[in-house]
Design a binder for this molecule. Structure first.
Ligand SMILES: C[S@@+](CC[C@H](N)C(=O)[O-])C[C@H]1O[C@@H](n2cnc3c(N)ncnc32)[C@H](O)[C@@H]1O
Length: 262
């Protein structure tokens, strides 16, 4: 892959430097300028930038400063790797960057990454879509200082009784519990929290809706955590052969396999 003079908005993955796509790594290794979210992206990954690359941290910059840096680099014929944690499309604040880049006539391309929701599911050994239990995953966040649209209140979303993944909600667990209970969730519904999924100091806490806030306090978790809730998170599922899919069912015919009729 030969990089063009443009901005590559790249998902750096959840933490483990190996959890980046091959394309994302190639861009990182070849880019002339690397701008990364230093609060969340692993420095060990950024160390893979080429030795003469200009490496900049974005946490201390405002939006206009970031866009100015990227615009100036591209105007000089350079390629820019804008490294975002997880997948840039989820709470990545990339739209505002794309709006300004487009306005300035700066070309950009987005490259996906492994979002923390999937790193957390992997850490837990969980399938988020378990046949008959939940076939839907809602990616959302509890309402804190930043509002969520009225029609997306957690208590309303939770009425679907599906799997719910909560970003940015580690300090809002009292509220999360109340909204689940208001939506009619049983207090014993499983909840799993993964802090710093895929990092060496990853922490896993398994609890229930009613135990969530206490478990967060006991474990001192206040940031960098993914909260997954719903019956798909029941840790005993793996000991019970109760939720098989149709996909591998002997009697189920599909395009690639003819089922056996009994
Ligand atoms: C600004 S959002 C960015 C999300 C990111 N774009 C993604 O796809 O994972 C930051 C939030 O993502 C979650 N997060 C990011 N990395 C994480 C990790 N390694 N383990 C657990 N949660 C993580 C936390 O909820 C954190 O508050």
């Amino acid at each position: 892959m030969v990089l063009e003079p443009k901005v590559y908005i790249v998902g750096a993955g959840p933490g483990d430097p190996d959890l980046i796509t091959v394309k994302g790594l190639t861009i990182l290794q070849q880019a002339d300028v690397v701008l990364y979210t230093d609060s969340l992206v692993n420095e060990d990954l950024i160390a893979k930038a080429k030795p003469d690359a200009t490496v900049l941290k974005s946490a201390g910059m405002d939006l206009e400063e970031m866009v100015d840096v990227m615009k100036a680099a591209v105007a000089q014929g350079k390629s820019v790797a804008r490294m975002h944690t997880g997948d840039p499309a989820v709470y990545g604040a990339i739209l505002e960057q794309m709006v300004l880049l487009k306005k300035e006539g700066v070309a950009f391309e987005n490259v996906p990454g492994v979002s923390s929701v999937f790193a957390a599911a992997a850490a837990l050994g969980a399938e988020l879509t378990v046949p008959e239990l939940s076939q839907t995953v809602i990616l959302t966040r509890a309402e804190g200082r930043t509002p969520v649209p009225e029609r997306e209140k957690l208590a309303d979303l939770a009425k679907h009784h599906c799997t719910i993944a909560l970003y940015l909600s580690a300090t809002l667990t009292k509220k999360v519990m109340k909204e689940f209970i208001d939506a009619g969730w049983a207090p014993e519904t499983p909840v799993a929290v993964v802090q710093r999924a895929s990092w060496p100091d990853q922490k896993i806490v398994r609890t229930t809706v009613e135990g969530l806030d206490e478990a967060m306090k006991e474990n001192g978790i206040r940031s960098h955590a993914m909260i997954l809730a719903g019956w798909a998170l029941d840790p005993t599922l793996v000991d019970r052969d109760e939720h098989r899919s149709k996909l591998y069912d002997k009697e189920f015919t599909h395009k690639f396999r003819k089922g056996v009729t009994t």
